[in-house]
Design a protein around this ligand. Structure first.
Ligand SMILES: C[S@@+](CC[C@H](N)C(=O)[O-])C[C@H]1O[C@@H](n2cnc3c(N)ncnc32)[C@H](O)[C@@H]1O
Length: 368
């Protein structure tokens, strides 16, 4: 290969490897077999399923992606919106986007521009600021490129969508003057992003939304506009660990209310119920005991437990260390849910030994 392609051999090898990595992450955007990437651009690219979900929400609008990079979101947007414009400050990425989208004939207008100096007037603006540079993540929204505060100031009064880190401090976003909807999205059980939708694009009375995407393209959504009457009661037949997007969006009670579930504790995100919500993975309670390693080992041994899945909330337990110390030798796969139940002096760590049933979440690679 070196003899045939000379100095370009290394780039060809890298491009081939990046195309292989992209095949899974960007599946669903059409034929990407001849796309160009850099390693960092591929890491930063929005996973296709999430990009397509966002594109569906923007269907029919005129949209400008002002940090378009190599064109992933544009590829999703062009099949739903009325017209789409892309720009980026990086000339190399823009050239890659041109190639990837078949521009100028690929249904997308592209130009080089700084997102903080708007070049369109009436379009809804989509921004995915860089949160990673030279392999390092930037957690402070002021360090995003462009910074979140500057973006919100630049586009105040316009329809704006900003993809942010799922861990972003929602109160901080409010202090920057954002008063729209925050949507937390997960894909195959892994929380991918928190997306800000300005008031004009937000759902009616919606301040928070959780969107749970599965591999088959199904989307389950729950919003803060729904009722949140969710009582606190002892465990019923099932314990449910809601999807991370629901927990992160603060919509556990809303989810519980929708499905007739109850909380085990007002401060713990586990829900319980006598019926499983459709498509939900559940933990059927076999035994409940005060959490104590010796008693837990006895119970698990009696139940012939081998492989053990450990879920913990509100208790300082390292699941891997605990699993090693338990030294289980049985044949039956079981789960244990450990949670602090109750408050103050009455609070106690409780273990629920369970049999798990239903959809097992998969974990997607790559995005941040
Ligand atoms: C996280 S990437 C966007 C990824 C894109 N959404 C995708 O799915 O492929 C962030 C992009 O913002 C661009 N960028 C950073 N600062 C910018 C600025 N001031 N104006 C325009 N683009 C900027 C970077 O060049 C980079 O391509």
């Amino acid at each position: 290969m070196g003899a045939r392609f000379g100095a370009r051999a290394a780039i060809l090898v890298e491009t081939t490897l990046l195309r292989r990595r992209a095949a899974d992450k960007l599946a669903g955007l059409g034929d990407i077999s001849d796309w160009l990437f850099t390693d960092e651009a591929l890491q930063q690219a929005t996973a296709a399923s999430v990009a397509r979900h966002r594109a569906r929400r923007l269907a029919g609008l005129l949209v400008h992606d002002v940090t378009c990079s190599i064109g992933t979101e544009l590829a999703a947007l062009r099949s739903t919106v009325s017209r789409v414009v892309g720009s980026d400050i990086d000339p190399v990425r823009l050239k890659m986007a041109r190639h990837n989208l078949g521009a100028p004939d690929g249904g997308v207008d592209l130009c080089r521009a700084d997102a903080l100096h708007p070049v369109t007037r009436d379009a809804a603006v989509v921004v995915d600021p860089a949160r990673r540079s030279s392999g390092r993540r930037r957690f402070n929204p002021a360090d995003y490129q462009p910074g979140l505060g500057s973006l919100l100031d630049t586009y105040r009064g316009r329809d704006l969508v900003v993809k942010c880190s799922p861990g972003i401090d929602f109160d901080h976003v409010g202090r920057l003057g954002f008063d729209g909807e925050i949507e937390v999205t997960s894909y195959c059980g892994s929380v991918r992003e928190a997306c800000l939708w300005s008031a004009g694009l937000a759902g009616r009375d919606v301040r928070r939304r959780a969107s749970v995407l599965d591999r088959g393209g199904q989307v389950t959504q729950i919003t803060s506009a729904e009722p949140d009457d969710c009582p606190v009661r002892p465990a019923g037949r099932w314990i449910i660990d809601p999807d991370g997007a629901i927990v992160r969006a603060g919509l556990v009670r809303h989810y519980g209310a929708r499905h007739g579930l109850w909380q085990l504790d007002p401060d713990i995100a586990y829900l319980s119920g006598d019926r499983l919500p459709p498509g939900e993975r559940g933990f059927e309670v076999l035994e409940q005991l005060a959490f104590d390693e010796r008693r837990l080992r006895q119970a698990l041994t009696r139940l012939d437990c081998g492989a053990l899945e450990i879920l913990v909330r509100g208790v300082g337990v390292d699941p891997d260390m605990l699993r090693r110390r338990l030294r289980l030798r049985g044949s039956r796969p079981l789960s244990v849910v450990i949670a602090r139940i109750g408050s103050g002096a009455a609070s106690r760590a409780t273990a629920f030994v369970c049999r798990s049933l239903g959809v097992t979440p998969g974990y997607a690679d790559g995005d941040y």
